[in-house]
Ligand binder design. Sequence first.
Ligand code: ATP
Ligand code: MG
Length: 466
Amino acid sequence: MNTTLLTEDALSPKLTHLGDLAKRYASPEFSVTHGGRVHTIAAGHYTVRGLSRYVRLGEFVAHKSATGIHLGEVVRVEPDLIYVCPIEPGEPIGIHDVVIRKGAFRISPSDGWCGRTINSLCEPIDGLGPITEGLERRSISNTAPPSMTRQRVENGFKTGVRAIDIFSPLCLGQRLGIFAGSGVGKSTLLSMLARADAFDKVVIALVGERGREVREFIEDTLGANMKKAIAVVATSDESPMLRKMAPLTAVTIAEHFRDKGENVLFIVDSVTRFAHAIREVATASGEPPIARGYPASVFTELPRLLERAGPGPEGAGTITAIISILVDGDNHNDPIADSTRGILDGHIVLQRSLAEEGRYPPIDPLASISRLARKAWTPDQEKLVSRLKVLIHRFEETRDLRLIGGYRPGADPDLDMAVKQVPIIYDVLKQSPGDRESLDAFADLAGALKAAAGVPTPSAPIQRRA
Ligand SMILES: Nc1ncnc2c1ncn2[C@@H]1O[C@H](COP(=O)(O)OP(=O)(O)OP(=O)(O)O)[C@@H](O)[C@H]1O
Ligand SMILES: [Mg+2]
């Protein structure tokens, strides 16, 4: 057969049209698509025959039942079966029900979403009516921009939280983790940070929160920033699939605004509950656990999510990510805390002992690090902070000694200074959500120290110890 006859030039316009039609029908977006039938049903997942050749891992399928159409995610593909985790719990599934391919889950964010609260599927849950979709469709399982095309992180910003602005200042496009045990103050600190002025938009993913806390967070704490905020909520009673999707939907919305050149603050509370949701989905699909019950997919999903934050390509804006990490039983070395600490550009450690003393926010200034702090501090501020840390360390290491009366003023000038100044520093760092935001944390600190005698200020830093 002469194959040259089959080149595109040789094809008649009718054949070209037929080819176009075939391409259109092959698109997962098109309503006519591949289908299969439910084969087995188990708690947490069901299997489908007839779709193995057509679907990819992570794509969505739609299951038709008596109560309507329900989405599910493909979590495992075998030669003749696919495993699907339903998005909504308790959907009625029957053997031989029809399941059709939907492709990647796509959303169309728009400016009209600001001030709204939605679920992981982008359906409004605030009772304020429908939301308008934008023109562009984005897959929620997008990948991060290539690292060499991304801008550099250069510009510091003020969070308004004194303990952070002094000891671990942040830059636009940074990724920061807040590590603490349960009930120590993570959500409260996140809500204080969500009020920072430096951002055009704030996108918040609340994962596995108690229903009561969601309204508190959104209505009480966001305040004026609510107008530029979008909250994506999956409460603790929702399916693991919805909890797993919430941060992915939220980061996709953040990417939409970043690509328009805006600076976006992306908050996740908490990443640990996102990891728990991935663990539940993976366990249901038979993936073996590798570390403390967590399957390998948790450790690939976490960097994939966090890498999507950061500075965008030239011409785009930035996504600054602030996420909370619940450390199980106050063990800061649990697998999720460990793996996220390596991915992030800084971590704030909250200590239960400080919360118990009433020192809120209970940030441990010695254990907290911002890897980009140097870009945010002036050289004088950097010197001052390093000196403050020496004083705090000296104060803390002699705490027991001082309690048993082993401290004599005059024997160690450094310790004398620490005893005089550290309680003042601790007082300056105290801040609750109702307090006025700090416009210049260093000025506040200088003012308080000036009130005591012989004080260091950023313009006249104390010399380092020899
Ligand atoms: N800055 C603060 N000022 C005053 N009180 C605070 C502050 N931060 C936290 N608290 C107190 O600590 C309690 C618990 O805080 P929060 O809910 O933020 O903790 P969490 O770490 O998010 O808890 P969970 O692990 O349950 O999500 C609050 O109800 C509040 O009483
Ligand atoms: Mg919380």
